[in-house]
Design a protein around this ligand. Structure first.
Ligand code: ATP
Length: 204
């Protein structure tokens, strides 16, 4: 995992439908930062993450990773980043293990077993995602945070549907990642006080 990272967003302006979002939005995040993006429903939090991932093109603005423009050529950012959207990125007819293997074909059985046990989904290895509860499904998606070595995380509502034990586990993992030099952006409509994140508000 690379540390000493600096991601700078300058004067961003996103348009979706006929709505202006994030107009004039600027932010710099460095290794070790945990950033809680807040804002009302529809303020543009998911759109911001999608823009950084190239799924939405901004009207204006610049995004630089360690000084390099990553809006016109995104590969340096994508190679460093892990994005878990509302959609979670899981295949519903694949089993838990098949989904994990889809992302991590070379990770050892031991590491997968350790993480699934930590997340208390070790008994569901051969169960298709469509047969899991909402919280169990999210835990499978979040397993990527323990198995990946990517530095910059974009987590859209990662605490949604989780029980208290899982919330604490995720908070611990986010804190650990930042301490190791990663950068974490997340959205949540609930206060996440244990992490003491930097709060950045988008206005609708
Ligand atoms: N595919 C789309 N086409 C047109 N407009 C869209 C599209 N997706 C989202 N929008 C609009 O963009 C605005 C911002 O949506 P976005 O999902 O980014 O908000 P959000 O802050 O993540 O909201 P929430 O807290 O409800 O998740 C909304 O007004 C929404 O209607």
């Amino acid at each position: 995992m690379q540390s000493n990272l600096s991601l700078t967003i300058s004067d961003l302006w996103i348009e979706r439908g006929d709505r202006d979002l994030c107009k004039g939005f600027s932010l710099t995040a460095s290794s070790g930062d945990i950033i809680h993006i807040i804002g009302d429903n529809g303020a543009g939090k998911s759109s911001l993450f999608k823009t950084l991932f190239g799924l939405v093109s901004p009207v204006e603005g610049a995004v630089k990773l360690n000084g390099e423009d990553v809006l016109s050529y995104r590969e340096p950012l994508l190679k460093q980043s892990l994005y878990i959207s509302h959609a979670l990125g899981l295949k519903s007819v694949f089993t838990v293990l098949e989904n994990i293997r889809w992302y991590f074909p070379n990770v050892s059985e031991t590491d997968i077993a350790r993480v699934l046990s930590l997340l208390k989904i070790e008994d569901y290895l051969d169960v298709p995602i469509k047969a899991l509860s909402a919280g169990q499904t999210r835990r499978v998606a979040l397993a990527r945070l323990w198995l990946s070595d990517l530095s910059i995380w974009f987590l859209d509502e990662p605490f949604s549907a989780l029980d208290i034990t899982s919330i604490q586990l995720l908070e611990g993992r986010i804190r650990e990642h930042a301490e190791q030099g990663g950068i974490v952006f997340f959205t949540s409509h609930q206060p996440v006080t244990l992490l003491s994140p930097r709060r950045v508000e988008l206005t609708a």
